[in-house]
Design a protein around this ligand. Structure first.
Ligand code: NAI
Length: 708
């Protein structure tokens, strides 16, 4: 037996325990260990039945995700494959009871379903989350699950990937009994109860599979949902095909089809991208010059300055994490407005079932409105979210410096301003940091944490840790104009407007990028956020633009006409009362007229060019940011774009996407745009070098780590 699996006995019941901490993943050695235990049990006449259980906190929480990468890169070591092990378990003449606590996800649930019975702790969860990594179950999960739970539940679990709680697992027949109290003792006595009855094989069951007529609407709806909710992803559709095969084909043939679909998904760019994202979300927490032991500043109380769109949302986020928060406004009317918005947002959450009324009441008690800085001396953390303007921000920070205790963290939610300049208005710039939330702050997962020149390591480490506590994904960035996300977004939006000025329709630009997988097209995003925001910023920074460089005009001209987007009922689109976008032929006419006046030649623009122009604008700027050191790694940029800007996860983020296309190809296309459209398209030096050397953005980080 391997070290990872132990076999013991409780009189006539054998106990197989998997001990592969932390989550008992099915890594090499585990299947071999279980197989050896099953062989011994078969030979031991004193054993009547067996229990298989996970040691530690959980049953088998899933496959070892690192193994997938080894298979696709040809480095997998072989060994006993899970599907063969599961047949062996199912063929055991002595019944095997799977005892589930913690989670049985992915390979864990597949393992559990090969047993003759399943019992679970009431707190346990089961699921087939493979689609979230662009995969489908690969060890007959799509074949055994509908046999236990029926086609409808089986297809939902395999195609959507969400976990199911023990009570529901019991209701759907995935488990046979819930065990209160000691799971092992309960499982052993259950095993004794069923020891004499014949052991049923899951794969031989057909009673829940339904008829073709019953199943037709089930699979039709599942496909419709997948196309809508998991747009552009192949794994959910593959999972549906595989579960449908379970209802039509004998088990062995269904397994063959599942295997083929699993392999197609595993070798696809989509699953490689999603696995990159999975590891990337963990990677961004690591900051090379800030060791894990860095002291954390306790954040027990907080304060927010400004109760507008962002400040209100940030106060909710802190309160939701149980942190009492003072919310300061400039005057009573603004404070009342801010509080009314907070109440409205919470009411929506209750209506949607996200929070209970009791939870909301408790949170609201944690938010204390105020018009003065009086109680700020107690706050461990202050987040400023007043209007975007350097003079005002500096005034607020000078005041915070006066009232806050020493050691308190002073954070700004600015989206464009220089953190060092803000910090310089205090006598403690080491305590100042940027915490750039995204709108709506209580919903969006991204938090860009902006490091100033002298921000202390403790303050950075605390902000990173706090991001986790408040349910955000914190990414550390450097202090440059627009930081990482907005700095890249600027050329992306600029190209989308250029394309319209060159003759593409507003709808064509948005739908090409929507079809690429973006949550929304860039022009619709502009209308949602307010076109005036960018217009004001452009006006403020116009003096910094190089003379003679091409400037987009259509968006600014719309603003001059008072068309700010959704809030004024018109922008790139028109909006009805329910804020639904309607194409506006007037915009097309206006842009044609303005372009003629500016002498911009009109032409046909293909969807492919729209995507390349906009997405490669992100990539080229991302390459500069990376080389200049404002992002720590290419993956940090990817995580920012996936969580803050609606970039499709199955493309892995802009930098990963460029690596997938091949940097030589990306560089050549950018050089083509450079020739056609001039200096705004000058290729980033890093991109040029990596492309020439046949490397990827991911290699740049390896070069840097090697150099450090
Ligand atoms: P907003 O205009 O909705 O709210 C600003 C609030 O600050 C107003 O309610 C105003 O009364 C209040 N205020 C002004 N001076 C004050 C003072 N001395 N003391 C207390 N309150 C004061 O603005 P919004 O959109 O919430 O933006 C706030 C900050 O967040 C800005 O720096 C902005 O750039 C940034 N940001 C905005 C995002 C957005 O999508 N709206 C996204 C990310 C960052």
């Amino acid at each position: 037996m391997s070290d990872l699996v132990q076999l013991t006995k409780d009189n006539d019941i054998a106990i197989i325990t998997i001990n592969n901490p932390p989550v008992n993943a099915v890594s090499p050695g585990v299947p071999e260990g279980i197989a050896a235990a099953i062989e011994q049990i078969a030979k031991d006449d004193s054993v009547k039945a067996a229990v298989l259980i996970g040691g530690g906190k959980t049953f088998v929480a899933g496959a070892d995700i690192k193994e997938f990468g080894k298979i696709t890169s040809g480095k997998s070591g072989g060994g006993l494959e899970l599907p063969s092990l599961l047949l062996k378990i199912e063929d055991s003449r002595k019944p095997i009871v799977m005892a589930i606590h913690g989670t049985a996800f992915g390979g864990g649930l597949e393992l559990a379903m090969s047993g003759h019975y399943r019992v679970a702790a009431p707190s346990a969860q089961v699921g087939q989350p493979e689609v979230k990594l662009g995969l489908i179950p690969g060890a007959a999960g799509t074949q055994r699950l509908p046999r236990l739970a029926g086609a409808a539940k089986g297809v939902e679990m395999c195609a959507e990937g969400n976990p199911v709680k023990a009570a529901d697992a019991l209701k759907f027949g995935i488990v046979d009994r819930l065990v209160d109290g000691d799971l092992l003792a309960g499982s052993v006595s259950f095993a004794r109860e069923i020891a004499k009855a014949p052991a049923h094989k899951t794969r031989e069951r057909t009673d829940k599979l339904g008829t073709a007529e019953q199943n037709l609407p089930v699979f039709t709806t599942a496909r419709e949902n997948a196309r809508k909710k998991q747009r552009g992803m192949m794994a959910p559709l593959a999972a549906i095909d595989a579960v449908e095969a379970a209802t039509r084909l004998p088990f062995d043939e269904g397994c063959k089809l599942e295997r083929k679909l699993f392999t197609d998904c595993l070798f696809s760019d989509q699953s490689k991208a999603l696995i990159h994202v999975f590891f990337g979300e963990r990677e961004v927490a690591k900051i090379p010059d800030i060791p894990k032991e860095t002291p954390i500043i306790p954040v027990n109380t907080a304060a927010v300055v400004g109760a507008g769109t962002m400040g209100g949302g940030i106060a909710m986020v802190l309160a939701n994490a149980g942190i009492p928060v003072l919310l300061k406004e400039a005057d009573q009317a603004a404070l009342d407005r801010g509080l009314a918005n907070i109440h409205k947002n919470y009411a929506t959450s209750v209506k949607r079932g996200r929070f209970t009324q009791q939870f909301v009441d408790e949170r609201l008690k944690l938010i204390q409105p105020t018009l003065s800085y009086e109680a700020f001396a107690n706050a461990d953390l202050v987040i400023e979210a007043v209007f975007e303007g350097m003079t005002l921000k500096r005034e607020v920070f000078a005041e915070l410096d006066r009232v806050c205790k020493s050691g308190a963290i002073l954070a700004s939610n600015t989206s464009t301003l220089n953190i060092d300049e803000i910090a310089a208005s205090t006598a403690r710039p080491q305590s100042v940091i940027g915490t750039h939330f995204f709108s709506p702050a209580n919903v969006m997962r991204l938090l860009e944490i902006v490091r100033g020149k002298v921000t202390s390591k403790e303050v950075i480490a605390t902000a990173m840790q706090l991001s986790k506590k408040i349910g955000k994904i914190g990414v550390l960035v450097g202090n440059c104009r627009g930081f990482v996300g907005n700095r890249m977004f600027h050329p992306y939006v600029r190209e989308s407007v250029f394309l319209v000025e060159e003759g593409a329709s507003v709808e064509a630009v948005d739908s090409a990028l929507y079809d690429f997988g973006m949550a929304m097209g860039p022009l619709a995003v502009g209308d949602l956020a307010g076109l005036d925001v960018g217009w004001r910023i452009r006006k403020e920074y116009r003096h910094l633009e190089k003379p003679g460089i091409r400037q987009a005009f259509a968006g600014d001209n719309l603003c001059e006409m008072g068309r700010y987007g959704q809030k004024t009922g018109a922008g790139w689109y028109k909006y009805d009362e329910s804020r639904r976008a309607i194409s506006d032929p007037e915009v097309a006419n206006l842009v044609r007229k303005w372009s003629a006046e500016a002498g911009v030649p009109q032409r046909q623009v293909s969807p492919e060019e729209i995507v390349d122009r906009c997405v490669y604008a992100l990539v080229n700027e991302g390459a500069r940011i990376l080389e200049e050191g404002f992002a720590l790694r290419a993956v940090d940029i990817d995580i920012i774009y996936l969580n803050g800007y609606g970039f499709p996860a199955h493309r892995g983020g802009p930098m990963w996407y460029a690596d997938t296309v091949g940097l030589k190809k990306v560089y050549d296309r950018i050089e083509e745009f450079h020739q056609a459209h001039g200096e705004l398209w000058e290729p980033a030096p890093l991109l040029k070098r990596l492309a020439a050397e046949g490397k990827k953005f991911a290699d740049f980080n390896k070069e840097q780590t090697a150099a450090a």
